[in-house]
Design a protein around this ligand. Structure first.
Ligand SMILES: [Zn+2]
Length: 164
């Protein structure tokens, strides 16, 4: 869980990481939080971003009409995902402080990296892992501009479905 004992130790491309004791939450808790996220929180967060961080969305190049749709309907923006910094899978919450908007391609790449680290970990079991971790509610990282960036680099396991 986020909180005590977390230190920024290195970078993933240009993304900070933290050490975290990753404990797989119960299926009931995960399902409950994931359903609430899909039904309620993701729309609230999109609207929140458009209301309070519109300038950051403009810097990312998100068109004005999409920002309006985010604010009024809680949808989108296209090509972006909302990531749980501490995954619901690990007991993370739907608090806005645990959410960040990031480009979908970066998000998928991040999960390919993270998923490989917790492969085979069962409910209630723990493992010390390194998670890419960003402060704030909007991700400006553009690792595809870094030398050596390869989003399709082979990993030892196939990616699992995204945790959202
Ligand atoms: Zn995610």
């Amino acid at each position: 869980m986020a909180g005590k004992g977390i230190d920024v130790i290195t970078t993933f491309c240009c993304m900070p990481k933290i050490n975290v004791r990753y404990t797989v939450a119960s299926k009931e808790q995960r399902d409950q939080r994931r359903n609430y996220y899909h039904d309620v929180v993701r729309k609230q967060f999109a609207s929140h971003l458009a209301t309070h961080h519109a300038e950051k969305l403009r810097i990312l190049g998100i068109p004005e009409e999409q920002i309006t749709i985010m604010r009024d309907r809680g949808e989108g923006p296209e090509g972006y995902n909302i990531h749980h910094k501490i995954p619901l899978h690990a007991g993370g919450t739907n608090d806005f402080s645990n959410l960040i908007l990031m480009r979908a391609d970066l998000h998928c790449h991040l999960h390919r990296f993270v998923d490989a680290k917790i492969l085979g970990l069962k409910v209630g079991k723990s493992r010390d892992v390194v998670l890419p971790f960003l402060e704030g509610e909007v991700c400006f990282m553009q690792p595809w501009k870094q030398p050596g960036w390869n989003p399709n680099a082979p990993l030892p396991v196939p990616p699992s479905s995204c945790w959202g």
